[in-house]
Design a protein around this ligand. Structure first.
Ligand code: ZN
Length: 169
């Protein structure tokens, strides 16, 4: 196996046992084999995340269903360490109605704060399906974002004029 990278951790026998497709895609330090591009069985990523990265199974299901994106604004919640660790929330779509998976949504912090405890079920209405509730929340959050952007556009030049936002060009 002369084409195998020399800086691999572990014993040479272990290196020889790896498939050829592994070559050139192995990240140093990925001793358990969870670096991007590493070949895994379908069960391995979930086991890695729950056993070694502190994920609980329910949270992982929410992330997988949402494909790592905010379900309200489509922000990529894996895009940076700050967002991954501090910018993602599990939102209760209808607050106060429990932790059933259907009532949970992956949300960026901004969308969760905009939405707060707003109900998207009218008084006396039979609660609609999850998809409809998400669509209602998306519409509400989108409208609030448009309003907020208008306010930001007004505040920005004022702050610049106050010399407190010199770099906000
Ligand atoms: Zn969002």
């Amino acid at each position: 196996m002369s084409d195998f990278p020399a800086n691999l951790p572990g014993k040479p026998e272990r290196a020889r046992a790896r498939p050829a497709a592994y070559n050139g895609r192995y990240a140093a330090g990925a001793a358990r084999g969870h670096a991007r591009g590493v070949i895994m069985t379908p069960e391995q990523p979930e086991a890695e995340l729950t056993q070694h990265h502190g994920w609980d199974a329910r949270t992982l299901k929410v992330w997988v269903r949402a494909q790592g994106r905010c379900e309200y604004c489509d922000a990529d919640l894996l895009g940076s360490a700050s967002v991954y660790f501090h910018g993602a929330h599990i939102d209760h779509i209808v607050p106060g109605t429990g932790n059933d998976l259907d009532n949970l949504a992956l949300s960026c912090v901004a969308c969760n704060r905009i939405k707060r405890r707003k109900m998207f079920v009218a008084a006396g209405e039979v609660p609609p399906e999850r998809k409809t509730l998400i669509e209602r929340a998306q519409r509400y959050i989108g409208e609030r974002r448009v309003r907020d952007e208008g306010l930001r556009q007004i505040a920005r030049p004022l702050l610049i004029a106050c010399d407190i936002a010199e770099r906000a060009v």
